[in-house]
Design a protein around this ligand. Structure first.
Ligand SMILES: [Zn+2]
Length: 327
């Protein structure tokens, strides 16, 4: 098995020099499996090969907008000898089509699976771009309920924020394969092991392990740089992070953050962020303070550590307060 040094995990396409390019081209000639040159679609979506046959597109640390076309989360694909699996599809059909073009620039093998790590629009609104491939759409067994009940609101918000052009073609697609506890998908020469997780970021988080490269896709159970967003259970998430810290994987792919990271360090900032909110909120509740007090003080020591803090933090505190108030 080829081992990847940390610097291999985050090659930035625009920083590839001619020398690097030639070196990569030579490596490519020597081994058709090792393609370190980032593959670029005709328009927009860039992907990097972080391990043999494992490609990741890094989303922007932004809110959805006409300009970014909902390209704000990481999306990945894994290429087997028989077929391809896509893991998350970006936040619009337009961006999803660009992701599909990036896949087609790498391989013409059939796209047999589209896996959604959870229900949030920035991870599932590109699904419609893959309908032409007639794939199996795969998700946590609770994804259909969560996404179904929020469909109208998600569509309305995204139409407003993306604008008509980037909103065009978005459809809610529910899983045709619902994972109860775990399931294995065979791509030929490699398997993906899908596991449902307890309520944490949401109540429908699914993790995926590529057995050939020991790459663990954590979806939004792992945020890096982008402030975490709490839409499930702060207690469940903290407990799950303790479990994940004990896992062994060659690398993990966050839902928001760099292309790939290493355990357990990758989890530390998020653990600290959530633990700080939980501790601050518990103290405020014990002291008889209100939700309003909490939204002004709890967790604000974390403000400089995260992008988009001002957009999501108060919502996180609100969700944590509602949960911890009933302990
Ligand atoms: Zn999410």
């Amino acid at each position: 098995m080829t081992k990847f040094a940390p610097h291999d995990l985050c090659c930035v396409p625009c920083q590839i020099s001619r020398q690097d390019f030639l070196r990569a081209a030579l490596a490519l000639a020597a081994s058709p499996l090792l393609r370190f040159v980032p593959a670029k679609a005709a328009e927009g979506v860039e992907v990097s090969e972080i391990a043999p046959g494992v490609f990741v597109h890094q989303g922007r640390y932004e809110l959805q907008s006409p300009e970014n076309r909902g390209d704000m989360a990481n999306a990945s694909f894994v290429v087997g000898t028989d077929s391809v699996a896509v893991i998350d599809t970006l936040g619009s059909a337009v961006a999803g089509r660009e992701l599909r073009a990036a896949i087609r620039a790498v391989t013409d093998k059939p796209i047999r699976y589209v896996i959604n790590t959870h229900m949030h629009p920035d991870h599932v609104f590109g699904d419609a771009a893959f309908k032409q491939d007639n794939p199996t759409f795969v998700g946590h067994y609770k994804l259909a309920r969560g996404l179904g009940s929020r469909a109208e609101r998600y569509l309305a918000i995204n139409k407003m924020m993306l604008g008509d052009a980037a909103f065009e073609g978005i459809e809610i697609i529910l899983p045709t394969l619902a994972v109860e506890t775990s399931t294995t998908l065979d791509l030929g020469g490699r398997s993906l092991v899908l596991e449902t997780q307890r309520t944490a970021h949401t109540d429908n988080d699914l993790t995926i392990t590529d057995t050939a490269t020991d790459t663990l896709f954590l979806g939004d159970l792992l945020f890096s740089v982008h402030v975490p967003t709490l839409d499930g259970s702060i207690k469940g998430w903290l407990a799950l992070l303790d479990d994940l810290a004990g896992k062994k994987a060659a690398r993990v792919v966050p839902g928001h953050g760099p292309h790939a990271m290493e355990l357990p360090e990758a989890l530390t900032p998020e653990q600290r962020y959530l633990a700080t909110i939980a501790a601050d909120v518990r103290k405020l509740i014990k002291d008889g303070k209100t939700l309003e007090d909490a939204t002004k003080t709890a967790g604000f020591s974390e403000r400089d550590a995260w992008k988009l803090f001002d957009h999501y933090h108060v919502r996180n505190v609100t969700a944590a307060f509602a949960e911890l108030e009933w302990e």
